[in-house]
Design a protein around this ligand. Sequence first.
Ligand SMILES: Cc1cc2nc3c(=O)[nH]c(=O)nc-3n(C[C@H](O)[C@H](O)[C@H](O)COP(=O)(O)OP(=O)(O)OC[C@H]3O[C@@H](n4cnc5c(N)ncnc54)[C@H](O)[C@@H]3O)c2cc1C
Length: 526
Amino acid sequence: MSISSAEGKSVVIIGGGPAGLTASYELSKHNVPAVVLEADNIVGGISRTVNYKGYLFDIGGHRFFSKCEEVNKIWDEILHGQFLERPRLSRIYYRNKFFFYPLKPKNALFGLGLWEAMRIVASYAWSRVNPHPKEDNLEQWVSNRFGKRLYEIFFKTYTEKVWGVPCTEIRAEWAAQRIRGLSLTTAIKNALFGQKKPKVKTLIDKFHYPERGPGQMWETLTEMLRERGYPVMMERPVVRIAHEATKVTHLVTHGPKGEEKFAGTHFISSMPIRELVNALDPPPPPDVHKAANSLRYRDFLIVSLIVNRKDIAPDNWIYIHESKVKVGRIQNFKNWSPAMVPDSSKTCLGMEYFVFENDELWTSPDDKLIEMAKREIEQLGLAKASEIEDGCVVRMPKAYPMYDADWHQQVQLIRHWIEQNIPNLQLVGRNGMHKYNNQDHSMMTALYAARNILGGNHDLWTINTDEEYHEEAKAAPATIEAESEPKRPAYAEPPRVPKSGASEFSSVKSAAAPATAALVDPRSTK
Ligand SMILES: Cc1cc2nc3c(=O)[nH]c(=O)nc-3n(C[C@H](O)[C@H](O)[C@H](O)COP(=O)(O)OP(=O)(O)OC[C@H]3O[C@@H](n4cnc5c(N)ncnc54)[C@H](O)[C@@H]3O)c2cc1C
């Protein structure tokens, strides 16, 4: 297939997630022909919304928040009034009690009880007089600042669930970047004398959310593109990227119609860099190949449970700091939007598990995972197993690009090789750049890639690099930010996880492996 504009430009875009669709949207505004090739049978990528028997849920909850005015404008153009402003409540569940997150010192100290509070203070005092002389890893860094006991309660379990490695193996720089300026003295002072209100009113207590989940945004945009004559082709995994001396010439997909070729003058990719490099034909030099294959990911699966109960908790989501269960976080989707459940007398809980592709949980059959989730929800005392009337499982490979010790170097190597040898290919998005881009930054990279094709000269790699991104950074210095969706300036301060050579990384499945087949999504586009 080949399409071209009056100036002879034609763009082939890999991936129908926020980045790929945004690139096509921008090109459509300038009448440059573009086609999006999506491997899956649903758009939105990690920001999709799954529909299971009318119950809607995200791959983790997706808040819409951006400091980029252009992104806010695009979101408004797409959804108009269907964007809800939602109140936020998220708490930590520990020892059968709820603690506000971001932490509120009074609630934290009194909730833990006098004895535990004394242990915390004593262990903090001990850490001040006898700190770890070295601060190499997260455990040492946090214990030195908060005391060992507070570290064990509010940092250790959850961080280890998210990253799948002991805190002693996570480099101290990660903590230095993630955990901002809370000292226990300040916490106690705040507990006794109250806390100053943050000067900047931010979205910490509320967030934007499409009425029918993030997928509504991306499905609506797909429809808009199609109406403009910009195809979004489903089930078209790109398996080969053909290039010659100085440029990519065409892409090859392998879908239901067998092999198809897509030629163009420019190419934009949001597929994971590791797969992209492996699809290059001819292959790049061995060092580039090796760099790509050293990139690692943390994967994710969600077990959604339909509970025969109207209300379970007022939270949008709950962090589970109990080590007796594997679940890391629980989403309560009807509190994101009432339209997420078809029957308001029921609740849909998303039990989130952070995994590695091909580990025991990842490969467990769905019915076993649902049984486990039911057991765990009962163990936590949030609902009875007998109240769960249905459930389903969605696996999301490569949910988190991992920043390990040489991640930055490897990405730089690949990036420079592409820029020098096949400059008509631009990398965008999250896994497309191996960068912790949220939806907005994924979109910005795509927007600027499209503008480069229109004649601009933007460096996509500077997006989401220096700026203070997330709302919590300013609004809540007293947070212990070990969220499952960590946000950070990318290059400056990566959370480094050492390479272990663990076998879970060696097996590479397609990033586009479809979600569980039993899912029904009448809104998915083909
Ligand atoms: C648990 C979790 C919570 C999150 N919460 C938030 C949040 O609250 N707010 C927020 O803004 N962001 C959040 N994010 C981040 C957000 O999901 C991503 O930033 C966004 O989806 C990235 O968009 P993308 O288009 O770059 O990539 P993706 O969403 O990964 O989309 C890439 C697309 O490319 C397709 N693809 C892959 N390989 C191929 C191939 N070979 N051929 C064709 N197509 C291919 C994939 O199927 C996919 O559809 C969260 C992420 C996670 C994991």
